[in-house]
Design a protein around this ligand. Structure first.
Ligand code: ADP
Ligand code: GLC
Length: 506
C-alpha cells in the first residue's frame, strides 16, 4: 500500500512530545513491512540544518483562499520519504504550535494533499495525527471528491483528545468547504469550528494509542466534550499501543548515557546514577532512591499534584529528585523553588534536552508519571527498557503497560496508583521506598523483568497495516472504482461513513 502521513511533528527533525516520536516510528515500522510511505510535515524553524535539505519541489501551489504556495524539501529517513513544507511566514518560528496555529494547521493539511496531486503520488491511505491535520478526511470527502485522491481511505490517530483546534467559521472559506459542514454532526462546535470533530466524523477509521484510552474517551471524564462522537464511531475505533524505538532507546547501545548496561550487567546502571547525580549537583549517594521525571509540565501530566508529596519526602532525606521539563510557568517556578530550597536533593532543569532525558531514564531508580490522563505515554516504556521502575497512575496506556507491585507479586513492573491527588502520589512514593528498602530481591527482579517487557513498534506495525487494509476495504465498498465521485452534500453529512455508493455514471 501507499501511505501518506500528515503530522505537525516528526522526530528527530521536530518534536514537542511523543507525537513526533510516534509518527516517525509508525512510518518507519510500516515501511519496514514493505509499504511505500511518505510523511509530510512543516519545516519548522527549529529543524536542524533546515535550509541545507535537498529541494523536492521548488514551488507547490496550495489550494487555500487566499492562494498560497511553498517550497518542499526532503530528507533521508529510515525507509520512508520525509517531505518538509517550507513557508517562512508560517513555519519559520521555533515553536511548533505557536503563532497562527490554525493557519499553520490548514496550510499543512491542504498542502500535504496538494503535494500528492502535484507529484501524481496517490496514496491508498491518508493517515493523519491529531487536530492540526484532522480536516484532511473532510477535504477528501468534499472539495477533493472530483480528484484522484477521493478514493484514498483515511485514518485519524488520536494521540491526545484534549487539543481539538477550536477556530472561527472562516476556516470553511479558507478551505473552500461547503456551508453545510457547519452542523452539529460535522464541524460545528460552540458556534465555531472544531477541527478534530470534523476528522472524527469523516475519517474512514480511527485509532488511538492504547486500548484503555480507546475505552476511556468514550466516557465524559476523558472525552473533553467529544465523547458522544467517539461513541458514535466506536465500531471504527481501535487502540494500538505505542512502542519503543530501540535505535534511540536501548541502554546496551545508548551513547548519551555514562555507561551501557543490560539486564545481566546492571553495574552500568549504577554508573549512570552516579553520573546523573553529578549532572544535576545531587549528593553522591549510591543508596538513596532517585526519582526521575521527564515531562511536559501541563495539567495532563499531574505534576502539580506531586510537588508537596515530593517536598515532604525530599526534606526527610528519603529520596532524591531529577526532573527535566517545561510548560506551565507557575509549575516551572514551583519546581525551581523546590530545587533551590533543597540543594543536593532535588535537581531540576527547565527546558528541553534529549541528552539529559536519556541520562535521567538511565540514572534514576524510579520514574514518576502521575498523569490525569495518558493516551499511551512513552516515558514509562523507556524507563522500563532502562530498568527504571515506573510509578504511574492507572490510566490510559500507563494502565496497559505497567503491572502493579504488591509484596510477592510475580508479574509486577512498577508502582500503580488510582487517584489523581497528592495523597495517592504520596502513597505511591512510599510504596516505592518500601519496595526498595524492604524487598531488595523483588526490586532487583522487577528491574530485570521490566527490561524484558518489550513494547515494540514491530508489534504495532502489523496492526496499523491491518487497520489500513480495513479502511481501504470500507472506502472501496462505499466508493467502488467504477463509480464516479459525485456526492451530494447530504450523503457526506451522514457522519460515520460519509462516502456512500453513488449511481453508476453513464
Ligand atoms: P507526551 O507526548 O504527552 O508529552 P510521551 O510520554 O508520549 O508524552 O512522550 C514524551 C516524549 O517527549 C518522550 O520522548 C520524552 O523523552 C520527551 N520529552 C518530554 N519533555 C522533554 C524534555 N523537557 N526534554 C527532552 N525530552 C522530553
Ligand atoms: C500524546 C500523548 C501521549 C502519547 C503520545 C504519542 O502526546 O499525550 O500519551 O504517548 O501522544 O502517541
Amino acid at each position: 500500500m501507499r501511505i501518506l502521513h500528515l503530522t505537525p511533528e516528526l522526530a528527530p527533525w521536530s518534536k514537542s512530545g511523543g507525537l513526533g516520536d510516534a509518527a516517525a516510528a509508525i512510518a518507519k515500522s510500516v515501511a519496514a513491512l514493505g509499504h511505500e510511505v511518505r510523511v509530510v510535515t512543516p519545516l519548522h524553524g527549529s529543524v536542524p540544518g533546515r535550509l541545507d535539505l535537498a529541494v523536492h519541489r521548488e514551488s507547490l501551489d496550495v489550494g487555500l483562499s487566499p492562494k498560497s504556495a511553498c517550497r518542499v524539501r526532503k530528507a533521508k529517513a529510515p525507509g520512508f520519504e520525509a517531505l518538509f513544507l517550507e513557508h517562512e511566514g508560517l513555519f519559520g518560528g521555533a515553536e511548533i504550535y505557536g503563532g497562527d496555529a490554525v493557519g499553520k494547521a490548514l496550510f499543512l493539511t491542504r498542502a500535504g494533499l496538494d503535494l500528492c496531486l502535484a507529484d501524481g503520488w496517490i496514496p491508498d491511505v491518508v493517515h493523519v495525527h491529531d487536530w492540526t491535520v484532522a480536516l484532511a478526511p473532510v477535504l477528501l470527502n468534499t472539495v477533493l471528491r472530483e480528484t484522484p485522491l477521493a478514493r484514498a481511505a483515511s485514518v485519524l490517530t488520536l494521540h491526545n483528545l484534549q487539543h481539538q483546534g477550536l477556530a472561527g467559521r472562516d476556516v470553511l472559506d479558507r478551505l473552500g468547504l461547503p456551508a453545510w459542514l457547519m452542523s452539529a454532526d460535522n464541524l460545528e462546535c460552540l458556534g465555531g469550528v472544531n477541527l478534530l470533530k470534523g476528522g472524527l466524523y469523516h475519517a474512514t477509521r480511527l485509532t488511538t494509542v492504547s486500548p484503555t484510552y480507546a475505552r476511556e474517551i468514550a466516557g465524559a471524564g476523558y472525552g473533553f466534550g467529544l465523547d458522544p462522537v467517539i461513541r458514535h464511531r466506536a465500531a471504527d475505533l481501535e487502540g494500538i499501543l505505542n512502542g519503543v524505538d530501540a535505535d534511540d532507546w536501548d541502554p546496551s547501545r545508548d551513547t548519551l548515557i555514562p555507561a551501557r548496561y543490560t539486564a545481566d550487567t546492571l553495574a552500568g546502571k549504577a554508573a549512570c546514577k552516579t553520573g546523573l547525580q553529578r549532572d544535576l549537583g545531587l549528593d553522591p549517594d549510591p543508596g538513596i532512591p532517585l526519582v526521575g521525571v521527564v515531562s511536559r509540565l501541563w495539567d495532563q501530566k499531574g505534576l502539580d499534584l506531586a510537588v508537596e508529596p515530593l517536598r515532604q519526602r525530599l526534606r526527610a532525606g528519603k529520596l532524591q529528585l531529577a526532573l527535566l521539563g517545561s510548560g506551565d510557568p507557575e509549575l516551572e517556578s514551583a519546581y525551581r523553588a523546590l530545587a533551590e530550597s533543597l540543594p543536593g536533593r532535588a535537581g531540576v532543569r527547565i527546558g528541553y534536552d534529549n541528552r539529559l532525558a536519556h541520562r535521567i531514564e538511565a540514572g534514576a531508580d524510579f520514574f514518576l508519571m502521575p498523569s490525569r490522563f495518558e493516551p499511551c505515554g512513552l516515558n514509562q516504556l523507556y524507563s522500563m527498557a532502562y530498568a527504571t521502575l515506573p510509578i504511574v497512575r492507572r490510566t490510559g496506556g500507563l494502565a496497559d503497560t505497567v503491572a502493579p507491585w504488591s509484596p510477592g507479586a510475580t508479574e509486577s513492573t512498577g508502582i500503580v496508583f488510582e487517584h489523581a491527588d497528592a495523597a495517592a502520589i504520596g502513597w505511591a512514593l512510599d510504596e516505592a521506598l518500601r519496595l526498595r528498602h524492604d524487598f531488595p530481591a523483588e526490586f532487583d527482579a522487577m528491574r530485570r523483568r521490566a527490561m524484558g517487557r518489550r513494547f515494540t513498534w514491530a508489534d504495532a506495525a502489523p496492526r496499523y497495516v491491518a487497520c489500513y487494509a480495513e479502511a481501504v476495504r470500507q472506502r472501496r465498498e462505499a466508493f467502488p472504482p467504477e463509480v464516479s465521485p459525485q456526492p451530494s452534500a447530504g450523503d457526506v453529512a451522514q457522519g460515520a461513513k460519509p462516502v456512500r455508493k453513488r449511481a453508476r455514471k453513464t
